[in-house]
Design a protein. Structure first.
Length: 649
């Protein structure tokens, strides 16, 4: 009877809420039910610092480590922050505040290293950092100089093994010292967008304390990032892991990549060189979108995500849209105050068939998004390993584009470090992109701010600008008439799919692969091939590896590939790269690359040895050698000259 009474009271309570509030409550309950079923929210996350010295890396950090092996010199996963400080600034108090933040958060003192086949976090002892300061006040245009300085600074390469994995720099823009810019750039392995709000909150508290020489008024952190990483791996296992994995297998079964036409041929390895198109959506349109979201019982995120999916299918003619979206991943209250990278990517697959109204499409998007969020705990990198999609290093796996909403916090205009020192924030773009293209939308006081990042090796700027323009047009049309069917909102939606034509280089790769298999399958393995096969056999637990076996087809994955590269570097004494491995994934083809690198190394060593010995000759003997070489016009003469070189050396 008590249960029935509770249910009745609950229903009455729901009846007093607006449709949007009811939707939010029910969505939270659905998500909470799935999480509870997974046993991920029941267990309290506790401090385990005494239980480890080098905690295992989180799944996301492991993925970052692998990506660095693939592109070690690109600042693709840099997280840049820029703080504008207006008013009298104490550099001493600011430096002390930054040092205290680093002391509080082990993530800021962490590097990632490979130990016994596992990526681990190595936490450095507390240090005392000196804040670098550059005076730009005497520049002709200090603001422009600061922008140029920031662009270069944000492209700083942060080596995951060497560290430190974040850098800071203070710029002074006026002679009076009342206008400063604080630049902060960190690796995505140790920080995310949420971390910005933590840095700001702690700066406000700490700067005031150090400035006034008062006692620090910040609670001790209950856990550290290493605790989370251990908890994540311990809890994402067994039945929980299988249940979440089975959902994604069913959800993504048979999905195809977006067939968006590119301007240029795809490189053999996915490119991360990018550029950005900026655009805005008016406040009136943003307000209308907000009204529609309330009417549909969803957030503006869902409306704008559905609009982006409509844009994409209008370009491809496909009857479904598959893309990724970023989530904070902070499902535990204990991690809400931690600087660290908890982000994850979830895949949203929406059916676009049947020419629904936009309102009906929103309901589809809401449903699949809630389901995806309820199964968010499986890291994107692990999902790729488990699903093992057909490997194509020319494009990102599972999804080619990302939609991100609210990635930057909307700061109030009156945030202050002290009563006369204001702090505000704005973004700094970086010339890299992680997918073919990415759309990010942020709320601003005067509307919506959009950023369209695109791969410059695939698209011209005009194409990116056209996509941005079309997206704004679709959003404006939706804001006026959300009841329209998709075909009316976007008349080009049902045209024939645009298929990426197979290039000559791709055809050559296929024919070479087929030729390789037929020509090499029957011959005996070389010494190099036997060494590779033995290493794969030990790592994969397979008794017999054939020379035509593909590393990924027989169970290998990305992190394991990076480990193999490091092992072969040491074993053969060569500068093998992960890209070499990814382009040559059979025993036979990889052996050819290793043999070639070995020969190059031997030739270089021989040449260096000859140079060392030549340095020991007298000047007359060197001139004699040169004269003999100049007189050599035939094979015989060359042979005689070589004999002379041999005698002299």
């Amino acid at each position: 009877m008590d249960n029935l009474s509770n249910i009745d009271n609950f229903i009455k309570t729901l009846g007093q809420l607006s449709s949007q509030e009811r939707s939010q409550v029910l969505a939270r309950l659905r998500t909470g039910k799935a999480t509870s079923h997974a046993n991920l929210s029941k267990e309290k996350l506790t401090h385990q610092r005494v239980a480890y010295t080098e905690p295992i890396a989180s799944f996301w950090q492991e993925q970052m480590w692998y990506l660095e092996q693939l592109s070690p010199d690109l600042p693709t996963y840099n997280v840049p922050f820029r703080f504008n400080l207006k008013g009298p600034l104490s550099v001493t108090a600011l430096t002390a505040s930054l040092n205290e933040i680093e002391k509080r958060h082990e993530s800021l003192r962490t590097t990632l290293q490979l130990r016994e086949g596992k990526v681990v976090q190595v936490i450095a002892p507390v240090r005392s950092m000196e804040l670098p300061v550059t005076d730009l006040s005497k520049e002709k245009d200090p603001q422009n100089s600061a922008m140029e300085f920031a662009k270069k600074f944000m492209q700083t390469t942060l080596n995951l093994a060497d560290g430190p994995l974040y850098r800071v720099h203070l710029l002074q823009l006026d002679e009076a010292g009342l206008d400063h810019v604080l630049l902060w750039v960190g690796s995505h392995a140790i920080a995310d967008g949420w971390s910005l709000s933590i840095i700001i909150r702690e700066l406000i508290s700490l700067y005031g304390s150090f400035y006034r020489d008062e006692k620090i008024d910040l609670d001790e952190l209950p856990i550290q990032f290493g605790d989370f990483a251990i908890w994540q791996r311990e809890n994402l296992s067994g039945e929980t892991y299988e249940r979440i994995l089975n959902y994604w297998k069913e959800q993504l079964d048979g999905c195809e990549p977006l067939r968006v036409e590119t301007d240029f041929t795809r490189p053999a390895i996915q490119s991360m060189r990018g550029d950005t198109c900026l655009f805005s959506i008016s406040k009136q349109t943003a307000d209308n979108i907000s009204k529609i979201s309330k009417r549909c019982g969803v957030t503006p995120f869902t409306i704008l995500l559905a609009a982006y999916q409509l844009l994409l299918v209008s370009r491809t003619g496909q009857n479904e849209c598959v893309l990724g979206t970023g989530i904070t991943g902070r499902t535990k209250s204990e991690v809400e105050s931690l600087i660290g990278s908890f982000v994850n990517i979830i895949v949203i697959r929406t059916k676009m068939s049947g020419d629904p109204t936009f309102i009906e499409l929103v309901e589809r998007v809401r449903h699949v998004t809630l389901e995806a969020i309820a199964h968010q705990d499986l890291p994107f990198g692990k999902l790729i390993q488990e699903l093992a999609p057909e490997r194509d290093h020319r494009r990102p796996p599972l999804c080619q584009t990302m939609f991100i909403y609210g990635s930057t916090p909307l700061l109030d205009n009156d945030i202050k470090l002290t009563s006369d020192l204001d702090i505000s924030w704005d973004g700094v773009s970086t010339p890299t992109v992680k997918f073919d293209f990415e759309l990010a939308i942020d709320e601003q006081p005067d509307g919506l701010f959009g950023r369209f990042d695109y791969c410059t090796d695939l698209f011209r700027r005009e194409t990116a600008e056209a996509l941005s323009h079309d997206y704004v047009q679709i959003v404006e049309a939706i804001a006026q008439q959300p009841e329209l069917r998709l075909s009316a909102l976007c008349p080009t939606m049902y045209k024939q799919p645009i298929r990426e034509s197979k290039t000559v280089s791709e055809s050559a790769i296929i024919s070479q692969s087929e030729l390789l298999t037929s020509a090499s399958s029957k011959s005996e393995m070389s010494t190099t091939e036997l060494t590779i096969a033995k290493a794969w056999s030990n790592e994969l637990g397979i008794n017999q590896i054939e020379r035509t076996d593909d590393f990924f087809a027989v169970g290998g994955h990305s992190v394991m590939a990076a480990q193999m590269v490091m092992q072969f570097r040491e074993q053969f004494g060569i500068d093998l790269t992960l890209q070499n491995f990814l382009e040559n994934t059979t025993v036979y083809s990889l052996a050819n690359v290793i043999d070639q690198l070995t020969n190059n190394t031997l030739n270089q060593d021989h040449a260096l040895s000859l140079l060392d010995r030549i340095e020991q000759l007298t000047e007359a003997e060197v001139l004699e050698l040169i004269e003999q070489q100049e007189k050599s016009h035939s094979i015989e003469d060359n042979s005689e000259s070589q004999e002379l070189v041999d005698v002299k050396l």
